[in-house]
Design a protein around this ligand. Structure first.
Ligand code: H79
Length: 458
C-alpha cells in the first residue's frame, strides 16, 4: 500500500525537479537563435524609423572641450588631457543644468522627424545620467539631483518617441574595470580589481535601465574594444539584456570583432545591427541592418569652440544618402552644461524638420535604391501592399525645366512632386530610359523629391 505521505513526498520531488528543469531552460535561453520572421518582427519599427537622435551628455559638458590651454577636447577629455580621477570628480559639484527640459528635447527630435533617441546613460568616464542604486557616480550626487533619464523616459512616453540608451562597457571610474589607462596605472593601481565583479555591476545597471525607464528601443553598447572584453562575454551580455526585455534591439558593439569605424562585425558575432561611425559605406551593407552615427560638428560631447557644423543641406543629403543605401541615420547633439542644445544644433534640427514635414514619406519605411548610378541625387523606394512600388527621386541639384533620366524601361502609373502635388510632371520612355521633365518651380534648397508609382517592382 502506498501511504499518503509517500504520495506527498513523490509529488514534492516531481515539483522540485520541474522547477529545476524550468529554471535551467530559462537560464539557457539563447536569443541569438531566433528565426528570420522573429527578427524581422523585432526590427520592424527600427527599419521603418530610419532617423534617430544621438545625445552625448555628461560631466564633460562643463569644461566644454577646454582643459589647460587646449580647447579641442570632447567626451574623451579625461583620457586625452590625462585628468586624475580626484580632479575629474570635482566636476560632480558643478553639474547643475537648470535649463534642462526633457519635453523640449523630445519635441525638438520629434519636430526634426526623428523616431528614436539614443542617450548616453553612461559614457567611458563612467558617470551615470540616471539614479543608479549601485553607484554614487551618478546625477543624484550632483547639485542637480534630478533623474535626467526618468524625465526623458516620461517625456518620450508622452510624445510617442522611442527611448534608447547608449552604455559604455569601458569605464574609467569603476575600480573593478580593467585595464587601467596607460597613463594612470600608478595613480590608480589595479589592486584586487575583479573584472567579473564589474560585469555584475554592469548587469545591475542594465537591469535598472530596462526596468525603471523601459521598455527601451535599443541598447547601444560601445567601448568594447579593450582586451578584457571577449566574444563569450558579449554573447552572455546580449542574452542577459534580451532576457530582461525580449524585443529590445542591441547593436553589434555588445560583442568583439568590430572592424574599427567601418563598424561591421563577423558572422559569428552577436548584435542586431552594424554601426559605421562618422562614415557612410560606399554602397551600403547589403543583407544586413546598419546605422551610421555621426556628429553635427567635430565632437560628440559639447565643445564650445567647435563651430565646424555641417550645413542643413549636408545633413539632409546625408540622411537621404544613407537611407538610399538601406541604412539608418543617428545624428548627434552634444547638449551644453546649461541643459540646452547648442543653438547651431537647434537651428539645424528645425530646418531638417521643415524639409521632413513635406518629404518624410520618402524616408520612413523606404528601402535601398534599385539603381546603380543616379548622378543627379539619390533614390529611395517603398513597396505597397497592392504590389506597386513608389520610387522617390531625390534631386539634390534641381534646375527648373531640366530633365532627369532613370535607367528603367518601365512607365509609371502616377507621378507627383511631394512639395506641390498640383504640378503636372511629364515622363517619356527613350532608349530604355525613363525621362522625367521637371516642372518650372522654385527648387527646394536641400532636396526636391519627385514620386513615381509603378506596377510591380523596379
Ligand atoms: O561615443 C562616441 C565616441 O566617444 C566613441 N563612439 C562614439 C559613438 C568613440 N570611442 N572611440 N572612438 C569613438 C574612436 C576613438 C578615437 C580616439 Fe580619440 C582617438 C580616442 C582617442 C584618440 C577621438 C579622438 C577621441 C579622442 C580623440
Amino acid at each position: 500500500m502506498i501511504k499518503t505521505y509517500q504520495i506527498t513526498f513523490l509529488c514534492f520531488i516531481i515539483l522540485v525537479f520541474t522547477i529545476i528543469i524550468f529554471s535551467f531552460t530559462a537560464l539557457a535561453q539563447d536569443y541569438t537563435k531566433e528565426s528570420k520572421e522573429q527578427k524581422d518582427q523585432r526590427m520592424k519599427w527600427w527599419r521603418e524609423a530610419r532617423f534617430g537622435l544621438f545625445i552625448h551628455w555628461g560631466l564633460y559638458a562643463i569644461p566644454a572641450g577646454k582643459w589647460g590651454d587646449k580647447t579641442n577636447y570632447g567626451e574623451w577629455i579625461r583620457h586625452e588631457a590625462q585628468i586624475p580621477l580626484p580632479e575629474y570628480k570635482k566636476l560632480l559639484t558643478q553639474f547643475n543644468p537648470i535649463k534642462f527640459n526633457a519635453k523640449e528635447w523630445v519635441r525638438m527630435a520629434k519636430d526634426a522627424g526623428m523616431k528614436y533617441i539614443v542617450i548616453t546613460s553612461k559614457h567611458h568616464d563612467g558617470f551615470c545620467l540616471f539614479d543608479s542604486k549601485v553607484t554614487d557616480w551618478d546625477v543624484m550626487s550632483t547639485p542637480f539631483q534630478r533623474d535626467i533619464l526618468k524625465e526623458l523616459s516620461d517625456a518620450c512616453k508622452e510624445e510617442g518617441m522611442r527611448l534608447c540608451f547608449y552604455y559604455s562597457i569601458m569605464d574609467w571610474h569603476h575600480p573593478d574595470y580593467l585595464p587601467r589607462r596607460d597613463w594612470e596605472k600608478e595613480q590608480r593601481p589595479e589592486g584586487d580589481a575583479d573584472f567579473n565583479r564589474y560585469i555584475e555591476y554592469m548587469k545591475a545597471q542594465l537591469k535598472e535601465l530596462i526596468t525603471n525607464y523601459g521598455p527601451l528601443g535599443i541598447l547601444w553598447f560601445d567601448g568594447e574594444w579593450e582586451n578584457t572584453w571577449t566574444h563569450e562575454k558579449g554573447v552572455d551580455l546580449y542574452n542577459y539584456v534580451r532576457s530582461l526585455q525580449p524585443d529590445i534591439i542591441i547593436n553589434n558593439r555588445v560583442d568583439t570583432g568590430r572592424s574599427g569605424m567601418e563598424g561591421t562585425s563577423e558572422p559569428k558575432n552577436v548584435g542586431d545591427y552594424e554601426t559605421p561611425e562618422q562614415k557612410v559605406p560606399a554602397t551600403g551593407l547589403p543583407g544586413v541592418d546598419w546605422e551610421t552615427c555621426m556628429t553635427m560638428n567635430n565632437h560628440w560631447g559639447y565643445n564650445a569652440v567647435d563651430k565646424n557644423f555641417k550645413s542643413t543641406k549636408e545633413l539632409i543629403q546625408l540622411l537621404v544618402d544613407i537611407v538610399s543605401k538601406g541604412g539608418n541615420f543617428l545624428l548627434n547633439v552634444g547638449p551644453m552644461a546649461t541643459g540646452e542644445f547648442p543653438p547651431e544644433s537647434v537651428q539645424r534640427l528645425k530646418e531638417i524638420g521643415e524639409w521632413m514635414k513635406v518629404n518624410s514619406e520618402s524616408v520612413y519605411g523606404t528601402i535601398a535604391n534599385p539603381f546603380e548610378k543616379t548622378p543627379w541625387g539619390r533614390c529611395t523606394q517603398k513597396k505597397l501592399d497592392n504590389g506597386h512600388t513608389i520610387l522617390y527621386v531625390h534631386i539634390f541639384d534641381y534646375k527648373p525645366n531640366d530633365k532627369v533620366v532613370l535607367p528603367t524601361d518601365k512607365s509609371p502609373v502616377k507621378v507627383w512632386l511631394l512639395k506641390d502635388t498640383s504640378k503636372t510632371i511629364e515622363t517619356s520612355l527613350k532608349k530604355n530610359n525613363l525621362v522625367i521633365k521637371l516642372p518650372g518651380i522654385e527648387p527646394d534648397p536641400y532636396d526636391t523629391v519627385v514620386a513615381l508609382e509603378f506596377e510591380g517592382s523596379l
